[in-house]
Design a protein around this ligand. Structure first.
Ligand code: BGC
Length: 743
């Protein structure tokens, strides 16, 4: 069989067809005792498995892409989305209708027709920048309820790979560089999705930290380093969110493909963490039947693999005694258990209406809380009422806000309420990857929003295509606001942290013409800011989602006091990174590319800078406000747990939100830097609050691979409150008892 790449199939698309939704048929519990919702999921699974034939069990273990492409038709019964596992009418098992992803319910190739709309949330990196798990939960509820309204019952969400490289094309789908922050944000987002009765994944398990050569990249890392970083992020996300499924990744880990990695899946995930759900493959990530014994339960997007291993080859292997039938029972049981636990068997609802207005409010709130004020010289922001002539320049700010590309992209063809065409900018030309890598601009134009918020000012627009004319426009204005953007997405990394498309020259020209220059960056990653000293303010607005433009306008005008904090450290240049060059940049598409993550080990991001005594441009946790905050009276309690209390005061004259960040700075054996707890608090001018923080002990421990335990050495631990990971201001010490903890 031909091996299809995802890009090729998206291009090879044929006319979309829309099939009617398929709902599970309720049946009398007497005939089908597993249909009794009062019985617990484990018991229901046992009851159902006992009635299934071998072939019926195997049918649950593989499924196709749910899109028509090339020779493949839309599978019968699929409503059209990323993936589909047929149901079983005899036993009342509903089909799995699987859709991407964390930022909204996608409609790939418009497979469900052009009228199928979804709310586009800001990027997950923007969400992580809120430092607010409650916002993650709310966003999850939006995605889950829209999925449910469309009769999709599995959402391929919960991206939690750590941002080890600020050029990773998919960092926008993940939640930053810190295991605690990423784990909590992804976990709450998963919990929100599942609260609507939809299964969510956590993905891509594991160490899928580079997109370039993602199918052949080999993440080389020691056990302790992996457990203390990327795996800890997954562990926290799974504890919080209890996802029904885990999606394993394309890459290899220490020489073994992640989707057939006995140690990662059987030993760590299902063994040490006691995970009861099922493991599904990424689309095209299965290389042999060995994956089944390696722990993979379900082969997804099976047309993309060289063989549908989990169908006939699996049946033959069981018949030949090469694979125990019990393993098939285990895999099928895991799929069923996740379905029972999420309530998929108990649904009788029909497609519902979506409250787009309410969901857009959630998207806007998330965008507003995630915007990070990076620099604000002479308090140039918020925009002063005296600014009467304002020029907005560049970044398609007249059209909307950009989004990350790839499978997670919500590509609504028009805005329902206004029927506006959506702007779509191809990156990398119109060749192979074009369909997969168009930068879609969600039609929430910052220019329109600024005009409506600044009634007393004249707000003009310059495309920014020609630096000279942009500079001329800036010269005649009181304030110039330059929008710069960085396209990024699935399938490849950005080759450098520099802004593309001559945008640095644009900012330089505008800043030279007008000292009152404000730069709004819309990016999927940190970018170099070589002109930072020449401009007044810099605002990071990420990929802002359905109401991104409105959120930006409200922050610039001061209606919203910015409270986002960086979930990733911003380097001065690539020279500061553990790997200044992207590994394998020149390698061929099938070349094996080892990436040595032992260089930084578990010291990802700010921990690396602290260890190397390097000063980045901005540390993890950095973010300014229109007010100011002060901390005092830090008390830390040790013993068998770790707790801290600190008083935070809003010392300015505006209401605002602060993120109180508690870092470990020293422990027996030397200095370290690790975020151990954080909390976002909202304070009126002059208000003080005593904030209690409970530290996760795994964050102050080391993982001892030989003993397979977390180990806390007895002794003195130093903790500090920091405005960011680099500027810790208030320190206290405590002693902890020696302890070990299960992995
Ligand atoms: C991506 C996954 C996605 C899947 C299905 C893959 O290319 O890596 O994140 O869920 O496609 O669309």
């Amino acid at each position: 069989m031909k091996t299809w790449t995802l890009a090729a199939l998206l291009l090879a698309g044929v006319a979309a067809t829309v099939a009617p939704p398929v709902l599970a048929q309720p049946a009398p519990p007497a005939a089908r005792p597993w249909m009794n919702a009062q019985v617990d999921p484990d018991q229901r699974t046992k009851l159902l498995l006992s009635q299934m034939t071998f072939d019926e069990k195997v049918a649950l273990l593989h499924g196709a892409m749910a899109m028509p492409f090339g020779p493949f038709k839309l599978p019968s019964g699929a409503i059209g989305s990323a993936g589909f596992i047929p149901g079983n009418a005899r036993l009342g098992i509903p089909a799995l209708q699987e859709s991407d992803a964390s930022l909204g319910v996608t409609n790939p190739m418009m497979v469900r027709g052009p009228g199928d709309m979804s709310t586009a949330l800001p990027s997950s990196l923007a969400l992580a920048a809120t430092f607010d798990p409650a916002i993650a939960y709310e966003g999850g509820r939006v995605v889950g309820s829209e999925a449910r309204a469309k009769t999709i019952n599995v959402q391929l969400a919960g991206g939690v790979d750590l941002a080890r490289d600020p050029r990773n094309g998919r960092n926008f789908e993940y939640a930053g560089e810190d295991p605690l922050l990423a784990g909590l944000i992804a976990g709450e987002s998963i919990r929100g999705i599942q609260s609507t009765g939809v299964i969510s994944t956590a993905k891509h398990y594991a160490l899928n930290d580079q997109e370039h050569n993602r199918n052949t990249v080999d993440s080389i890392i020691g056990e302790a380093a992996a457990r203390e970083s990327d795996l800890l992020a997954f562990q926290i996300a799974i504890e919080r969110g209890q996802p029904g499924s885990i999606m394993c990744s394309y890459n290899l880990v220490n020489g073994v493909y992640a989707c057939q990695h006995d140690w990662l899946i059987n030993r760590v995930l299902k063994g040490d963490w006691g995970y009861k759900g099922f493991v599904m493959s990424d689309w095209g990530a299965v290389h042999s039947l060995d994956a089944l014994m390696g722990g993979l339960d379900q082969q997804s997007g099976e047309q993309l693999d060289a063989k549908v291993w989990f169908d006939e080859p699996l049946k033959d292997a069981v018949k030949a005694g090469k694979i125990p039938a019990a393993r098939v029972d285990d895999a099928a049981g895991r799929v069923l258990r996740a379905m029972f636990a999420a309530g998929l068997f108990d649904r009788t609802d029909k497609p519902a209406d979506i409250d787009f207005a309410a969901h857009a409010d959630v998207a806007q709130h998330e965008a507003e809380d995630g915007i990070v004020l990076l620099q604000n010289r002479n308090a140039i922001l918020p925009l002063a009422a005296s600014a009467k002539r304002i020029v907005v320049i560049g970044g398609h700010a007249d059209a909307g806000v950009p989004s990350g590309t790839g499978s997670s992209q919500v590509t609504n063809p028009y805005r329902k309420e206004a029927m506006l065409p959506i702007a779509s900018v191809p990156i990398g030309g119109e060749g192979m990857m074009a369909a997969f890598s168009n930068v879609v601009f969600h039609p929430s134009a910052p220019l329109t929003a600024l005009r409506s918020h600044l009634k007393g000012a004249q707000v003009s627009f310059d495309t920014g295509l020609y630096p000279d004319s942009a500079a001329a426009a800036a010269r005649n204005a009181d304030v110039a606001i330059v929008f710069v953007y960085q396209p990024s997405g699935e399938g490849d990394d950005v080759p450098s942290i520099d802004l593309p498309m001559g945008q640095n020259a644009l900012v330089e020209a505008v800043a030279a013409a007008n000292p009152n220059t404000i730069v709004v960056v819309e990016s999927g990653n940190p970018v170099a800011l070589p002109w930072a000293d020449k401009v007044g303010a810099i605002v990071e607005a990420w990929y802002g989602g359905a109401r991104g433009g409105e959120a930006i306008a409200r922050v610039l005008t001061g209606e919203v006091n910015p409270s986002g904090r960086l979930p990733m450290t911003w380097p001065m240049s690539e020279k500061q990174l553990p790997r200044p060059d992207i590994p394998g940049w020149a390698a061929g598409p099938t070349d094996r590319v080892p990436v040595d993550y032992n260089i930084e080990g578990s010291d990802v991001g700010y921990r690396w800078y602290a260890r190397k005594r390097e000063t980045p441009r901005y540390w993890f946790g950095h973010g300014l406000s229109y007010t100011s905050f002060a901390y005092d009276k830090l008390v830390v309690r040790g013993g068998k747990a770790l707790e801290a209390e600190v008083t935070v005061t809003n010392t300015g004259d505006k209401a605002g939100k602060d993120v109180v960040q508690l870092y470990l700075t020293g422990r027996p054996g030397g200095a370290v830097r690790r975020l151990v707890a954080f909390q976002k608090v909202s304070l009126a001018p002059g208000e003080s609050r005593r904030v209690r923080l409970a530290g996760d002990l795994r964050l102050v421990a080391d993982f001892d691979a030989a003993r397979r335990r977390w180990v806390i050495p007895a002794g003195t631990f130093s903790l500090a409150i920091g405005k960011d990971a680099g500027s810790v201001s208030l320190t206290a010490q405590t002693t902890l008892a020696a302890a070990t903890m299960k992995p």
